[in-house]
Write a new protein. Sequence first.
Length: 264
Amino acid sequence: MEGAEVGKLAALEDHHWWYRERRALLARELAGIGRTGTALDIGAAAGGNTRVLRAHGWKGVAVEYGPEGARIARQRGLATIRSDARRLPVGSGTVDLVVAFDVLEHIVEDDRAMAEIYRVLRPGGLALIAVPCDMRLWSAHDEAVGHVRRYSRETLRNLVTASGSVIESMHSWNVLLRPAAAWRRRRSTGSDLDDVPRLLNRVLRAVIAAERHLPVKALPGVSLLVRARKPLGVDVFPVEHVVVPATRVRRGDDSARAHGLRTG
C-alpha cells in the first residue's frame, strides 16, 4: 500500500465502520485463544491491530514494509520492525501468534510469506489471516490499493496448508454488505478508503456488526478469515534454511532483537 493510502488509513481507522469491526473481529479471536504471549502483526500499517493485541495482553510487535506506516506506528508508541514479510528478521519457532490481516493479497510470492509465518511460529502457535475474496469482486479499488489477487476458499486453503499449517477454521466476513460492495465496486474508479458521513458510518457498522449473531459465515462475503495452527512436534527449521530473495527494506533503528525477539 502506498504512503498516501497508509496516511489515509491512519486518519480513518479509529472511527471508520470497516476498520472498527475488523478490530472487533480480531478481539473476538483473541478472546478465544485463552492465553497470551509474543505476537507479530504483519502488514501492520499504522498499527491499529497491534494496539488490539496489546490491549488484550499480548506482547505485540508491528511489522510493516512501508516507511510511512512504520513511522506512524512508532509515533503511536508501538514496537515496530520495518521488514519484508518474505524475510522476517525473527528467529524460527519464537512467536506464539501471527496476525496478517489484508496482507497476503499484496504479495506476488504469497507462498514465501506464508512459509515465513509458519517458520517463526512456535510449534502449537497460531496464525490469524484475513484476505479479500472472490475475483468476481475485482475492481479499480483492488488496483488502487496494490492487490495482486483476491482469494477463493480453495486457493487460500491450499496456500495455508502448503506451508505445513493446519486450518482450524475458515469463514466469510462482511457477508451482509457484499451486494452493496459489489454494486459499488462495479462503479468505482479508485480506492474505497474514504470517509463516509457519520450517519451512514453508524448504519454500516450496525449492519456488519449484526453478522456476529447470524449464521452467515458459510455464505459468500467480501473477505475470508482463517485460523491456522503450526502442529506440535514438528521440527523448527533454522532461518538460514529458508530460501527467499534478500529484502530491499532496511529495518531502521527498531530491530527485532530490540523488542525481545530472537533473530536466529
